[in-house]
Design a binder for this molecule. Structure first.
Ligand code: AQP
Length: 336
């Protein structure tokens, strides 16, 4: 029997950090043997905020290499670049013509980001959930791993598929399958090193706010030495009163493969002077195998190109028939 399919992606908007790894890639690695995984670099989404054209392709390759370095196995997963497959943009256009404007205006992320960008709000910021719906529905996945922040967009994806089925399909033979969300287990939200109430993010202007997966040991040590803490004696998990302490203990717990209870006991009497070197060593040791593998991958001439070419072929073999199915339903003559 065919394995259920999952689809997920990351925008190549900068260097990947511990949040991207613990919140996304590591989960994909954990489930990959049970699913047919389609993992992509969302480079069309990346330009909803300005990107340096001289960096975009390099960042995209870096994310692909990082997927592999972190343990994504090509025996189970297909890795591809979104912009290599024109069907994404084409389906997004078809969907945008059946998506009511107010559905997009109601998206919480749009409202939040639009306020920040004031008069410079790009149309892409409003319409990118439609592209996201196309990204997903092209592959007709059974499940889509999403964090809390993306749940509303997956709902929109389901609404768009349902609307297409309603407008152009038959009740007993829907055109597109509706995917289910795969909500992550809790504990994987990594917060900024400068502010424990904000998530760690590629686009934070301060590099000191995050640990990048490729940071060398001395930089990791420097960042953790400088990171924000508090002056309370003893360390314990406390999300509301001690967000920085909670975040750093959480990182230590995950990266040292311990339970919360074990970490709580180990660290209860510690001060920052004792805990920070322990966390530093743990982070460095956890990232070393990923970094070593990353350098091997990028050092092998032509390897990534061949992975992405193969990925494009496998992805297109699914995406193009889905696009054609939708086009036929809308009345287009589809090229054989
Ligand atoms: N801090 C985080 N903790 C846990 N998970 C995180 N993810 C991102 N930051 C954290 C997860 O990583 C994936 C990458 O998502 P994305 O690059 O498409 O966009 P994002 O969520 O907006 O990631 P960033 O790093 O914050 O990028 P910018 O700054 O460019 O917006 C997603 O699965 C996300 O949940």
């Amino acid at each position: 029997m065919a394995k259920p399919r999952v689809l997920s992606g990351i925008q190549p908007t900068g260097e990947l950090h511990l949040g991207n790894y613990l919140g996304a890639i590591r989960n994909w690695v954990e489930i990959q043997q049970d699913y047919d995984s389609f993992l992509f670099m969302a480079d069309l989404h990346a330009i909803t905020v300005p990107q340096d054209p001289s960096q975009l392709a390099a960042n995209t390759y870096q994310v692909a290499a990082m997927y592999l370095a972190a343990g994504i196995d090509l025996d189970y997963a297909t890795i591809f670049v979104q912009s290599h497959i024109p069907a994404h943009s084409e389906l997004a256009w078809l969907f945008s013509c059946i998506t009511p404007l107010n559905w997009l205006q109601d998206m919480v992320q749009f409202k939040e980001k639009a306020i920040k960008q004031a008069e410079n709000v790009g149309t892409g910021l409003l319409t990118y959930p439609v592209l996201q719906a196309a990204d997903i529905l092209l592959y007709e996945p059974d499940k889509v791993p999403v964090g809390e922040d993306q749940k509303q967009h997956l709902e929109l994806t389901r609404d768009i598929a349902a609307r297409l089925n309603y407008l152009y399909g038959q009740p007993d033979s829907p055109i597109l399958k509706l995917p289910e969300p795969m909500i992550r287990a809790e504990g994987a939200r990594v917060m900024s090193l400068s502010d424990g109430t904000k998530k760690m993010s590629k686009s934070d202007p301060s590099d000191l706010s995050r640990i990048n997966l490729l940071d060398p040991p001395d930089q990791i040590q420097y960042k953790l030495k400088r990171c924000k803490t508090d002056s309370v004696r003893g360390l314990w998990f406390d999300d509301s009163e001690r967000p920085e302490c909670n975040n750093l203990l959480g990182l230590y717990m995950i990266l040292s493969n311990q339970t919360k209870a074990a970490v709580a006991v180990e660290c209860q009497e510690m001060g920052w002077g004792q805990f920070k070197p322990l966390l530093t060593d743990t982070v460095i040791a956890a990232l070393k195998p990923i970094q070593d593998r990353y350098h091997e991958i990028v050092g092998e001439p032509g390897y990534l190109d061949s992975v992405l070419k193969q990925g494009r072929e496998k992805a297109e073999a699914i995406a193009i028939p889905t696009l054609n199915k939708v086009k036929a339903a809308l009345g287009y003559s589809v090229r054989a």
